[in-house]
Design a protein around this ligand. Structure first.
Ligand code: NAP
Length: 308
């Protein structure tokens, strides 16, 4: 793939930010790479790993002169960060992000993006439960979806910027889908946010059980519980932000889930074997469909313990 941007600036060099730097460089998508992280230690690590040509001490310095600025901080810090760098953004630059909740970012971008800057919220549906610049890897986005949630604009320069950003994600190996931000938040509430909430809850419940000691939980943890503990090890700050920013969609899906769970309790209490089996047959078919769509392997521990 040919060079798409002259200067890519990544702000926040954790798992996702550092993976973007690695993947974009591996595919030759930018001429130069700039990076900023609020931690001096992480900035040194980014320099030592050779992830960027220009490791900057301020986000404004990283953004200055960049034609693609990608914010990869925790979700609640994306809007404030965009506000901090707004004055440094070059005319014609694209401003994007990778946050897991999109309507809040879209509102923030609409409020701060200067005239002539193309603000395009984005979300790669790819991740692991690891954090920090050492956890990133160039193949993270390969075969995974990247969702872009463009603003309601139909002018040709904006559409061209969206097309270029789509090519950027394709260049890193993703399949790209465009989606309304609110719809994104509802879809991800079902596919990602609620599963994380369930994992946090079940691991918390097991840890709180008074008649089962913690060592028994560790010792006899069966596959299902182990998978939950892996998901429940995901970044606490990121997930705190996701639930607070995507509150409405998560509560809506949680209400549906609670109703369905009550129906399941009832089926167990009254020995409704057919109901239980019919559900489990249906859910097994969904799993096979996900494997067939290439989003998961039939093997346990597909890839590097991907979450999201
Ligand atoms: P991460 O590895 O913890 O990295 C977060 C980065 O943001 C770190 O560089 C951190 O700086 C910086 N940061 C934290 N709080 C900040 C603040 N208040 N202001 C400025 N910078 C701040 O997290 P990640 O997994 O890469 O997640 C980054 C974004 O990607 C999140 O918005 C998340 O929703 C999204 N995302 C994550 C996944 C996933 O599975 N992990 C998947 C898709 C999208 P320090 O160096 O100081 O810690």
């Amino acid at each position: 793939m040919s060079v798409l941007y002259q200067r890519l600036a990544v702000i926040g060099c954790g798992l996702i930010g550092s993976s973007v730097l690695r993947a974009a460089r591996a595919a030759g998508l930018a001429q130069t790479y700039a990076a900023y992280d609020r931690s001096a230690e992480v900035r040194s690590r980014v320099a030592a790993l050779g992830l960027a040509d220009d490791v900057c001490d301020t986000p404004q310095a990283a953004a200055a002169g960049a034609d693609l600025v990608l914010i990869a901080t925790p979700p609640a810090a994306i809007g404030p960060m965009a506000g901090q760098i707004a004055a440094a953004l070059a005319p014609g630059a694209t401003l994007t992000d990778v946050g897991s909740a999109k309507q809040a970012v879209l509102d923030a971008f609409e409020a701060i993006a200067p005239e002539g800057v193309f603000a395009i919220p984005g979300h790669p549906v790819a991740g692991t439960e690891q954090s920090g610049p050492d956890a990133g890897f160039a193949e993270l986005f390969r075969g995974r979806w990247a969702i872009l949630c463009p603003l309601p604009r139909t002018d040709a320069p904006y559409l061209a910027a969206v097309a270029r950003l789509s090519d950027f994600w394709t260049g890193m190996g993703s399949q790209v889908e465009h989606m309304d931000a609110r719809h994104h938040d509802l879809v991800l509430a079902v596919t990602s946010h609620l599963p994380h909430l369930i994992a946090y809850n079940i691991v918390g419940t097991a840890a709180d059980l008074e008649d089962v000691t913690e060592s028994e939980v560790m010792k006899f943890s069966a596959g299902g519980f182990r998978d939950f503990t892996r998901i429940a090890a995901s970044d606490p700050v990121m997930w705190r932000d996701v639930f607070l920013l995507n509150k409405d969609a998560v509560l809506e899906i949680l209400a549906r889930f609670t109703e369905d769970l009550q129906a399941l309790s009832r089926a167990i209490r009254w020995g409704e074997a057919d109901k239980l089996e019919a559900l489990f047959v249906r859910t097994r078919a969904i799993r096979l469909g996900i494997v067939a769509a290439g989003q998961e392997s039939a093997e346990p521990n597909f890839g590097r313990n991907r979450t999201t």
